[in-house]
Design a protein around this ligand. Structure first.
Ligand code: NAP
Length: 288
């Protein structure tokens, strides 16, 4: 059945490709002066999703001339290895960016690992130091996923100023930094979480709605204000469904929103583009 669809898609797949293309000449210029941008990754080797994400990150990195190593972390790896590896990467001038792919195996102290990582190499923008720089509005690497969302808003000329933004989710890697970035752009921000009362009613007041929950299709079309902008970071596996689904029920939301990110092809590819952009920034800074 044909629907009367006025909603416009925020095409993260296409924008991610353009961003990555735009990095190529910068990488080339660095290589010409002997700097080969490099991203190294610590990844839980028995977590298939993490391994797949990291493989894709390295593949897209290689396509634009960024090299990198992966260090597999297993159930037998001890904390001292992780801390030594981070110290080594902090001190290695040939490494420009380091990613600690979340989650590390449960027996490890991931927070201690993040604290140890130097902010100048934290291209995912998730260490306490980087988050502190975001809170204070100082220069530093910004969290790749919310940064990708902001880049999408910029690309499509969507202003945040004076708008009511509702962020569902308060994780350190996503919900909180997304809220801070929206605040930085002069939105009035409400942050919701699992203890929030009457979530649908709060969502109905959102000019910009950010879904960062991890609950498949929780947010329905009748939670969305007509004309709202919907950014769906959710990436959820659902048994019996071939494709991963977002936190937003796309089919009903698309009838109401003015702009919406699809899943897949919205926020996900932008995360990788922003990560690589941060690596190139880090490599350029290493010239000085
Ligand atoms: P997380 O750490 O599990 O945080 C989820 C947040 O959602 C928490 O703050 C939680 O509240 C809140 N929440 C859970 N159930 C809720 C409910 N019923 N109503 C309202 N709030 C609820 O997850 P995350 O790491 O932020 O990831 C969120 C989603 O984004 C996942 O689907 C993940 O796969 C996806 N993701 C995508 C990318 C990307 O590149 N596209 C990157 C990272 C994550 P409490 O704090 O009260 O527990």
């Amino acid at each position: 059945m044909e629907t009367e669809q006025k909603t416009k898609l925020l095409d993260g797949r296409a924008l991610s490709k353009r961003v990555r293309e735009s990095l190529k000449p910068r990488v080339q210029a660095l290589r010409e002066i002997g700097i080969i941008p490099r991203l190294d990754v610590l990844v839980a080797k028995n977590d298939p999703a993490s391994v797949a994400y990291v493989r894709m990150k390295h593949k897209w990195a290689e396509e634009i001339g960024i090299v990198g190593e992966s260090y597999p972390i297993s159930e037998d790896t001890d904390q001292s290895y992780v801390m030594r590896k981070i110290a080594e990467l902090n001190n290695d001038d040939s490494v420009h960016g380091v990613l600690i792919q979340h989650p590390l195996p449960k027996h490890l102290d991931e927070e201690a690992a993040l604290i140890a990582l130097g902010a100048e190499k934290d291209v995912d923008g998730i260490t306490p130091e980087s988050l502190g720089l975001l809170v204070s509005g100082a220069k530093g690497f910004r969290c790749a996923t919310p940064l990708g969302m902001m880049r999408l808003l910029d690309e499509y000329g969507i202003s945040c100023e004076g708008k009511h933004a509702v962020v569902i989710g308060r994780s350190v890697i996503l919900g909180k930094p997304a809220a801070l970035m929206l605040l930085e752009r002069n939105a009035t921000v409400t942050i919701c979480h699992s203890k929030t009362r009457d979530l649908p009613e709060i969502c109905r007041h959102a000019d910009i709605l950010v879904a960062a929950v991890g609950r498949p299709e929780l947010i329905k079309g009748d939670w969305i204000k007509p004309g709202a902008v919907v950014l769906d970071a959710g990436y959820n596996k659902v048994e019996g469904r071939e494709m991963d689904v977002g936190d937003v029920h796309f089919e009903s939301a698309v009838q109401v929103a003015e702009w919406i990110t699809p899943v897949p092809g919205g926020v996900g590819p932008m995360t990788v583009a922003m990560l690589l952009s941060n690596v190139v920034d880090a490599a350029e800074r290493s010239r000085n």
